[in-house]
Design a protein. Sequence first.
Lengths: 113, 113
Amino acid sequence: MDIENSKAQMKKGILEYCILSIISRGEVYASDILEEMKSSSLLVVEGTIYPLLSRLKNEGLLSYNWVESKSGPPRKYYQLTQQGITFMNELGLTWQELVKAVNELTQKTNNQI
Amino acid sequence: MDIENSKAQMKKGILEYCILSIISRGEVYASDILEEMKSSSLLVVEGTIYPLLSRLKNEGLLSYNWVESKSGPPRKYYQLTQQGITFMNELGLTWQELVKAVNELTQKTNNQI
DNA sequence: AATATATACTATGTATTGCATAGTACTAAA
DNA sequence: TTTAGTACTATGCAATACATAGTATATATT
């Protein structure tokens, strides 16, 4: 039985919310997001974030500008669309409800073990 | 863009923890768990819970006794194994760390929007 | 007694998602 | 010109929740 796998499963569903949240603070490109997630101990890798950004863009939650870089190929700087902002706020509510529900459910337990 | 889907994705990774937690309070069978989850606004359905219980049992986190029922076929009453208790506690730690990390990450944001 | 209904568990297939991996393309240093 | 670093793209795999259909048992209804 692998705790690492379960840990990864827990993380899965909230990546979307975290990434929208990071982008909402100001324009960033993929590597900025990777950095930010790493520093929050929510490790993510390239293979995860690029497809996710593409998906969110295709769904109309994000848009981007190409920006030239001095140290390599151009970068996609992402920003939230109006729809993205709305969606992020809904995810925030969902997250809070989830935390509340899980904490209530599991605290009943901890008192008895 | 479907908020319901994202909501479902968030829920995915924590079901395991919730179910172990419920079982740790005392022996229950599948329908008890379904009831408990529903009353915590963490809706789950049969098709989810039966395979999950089987998986956890095969992994050695749960064991069960057959108990006769007056209103239908016999029931599997589950309990945690020692390994299951250990694992549940690890999941609890993981959950708390995750909540902390996500809240810190997203609160930075909310202050600026 | 025979059928219908409710309950409980089983089995199979699907969709979504994170991730591993390999590949392309561009810039700058060596 | 080659090498290293950076940024994005494309493909396939594994894990999980869920939909759906099916099997089996006990009680209720006729």
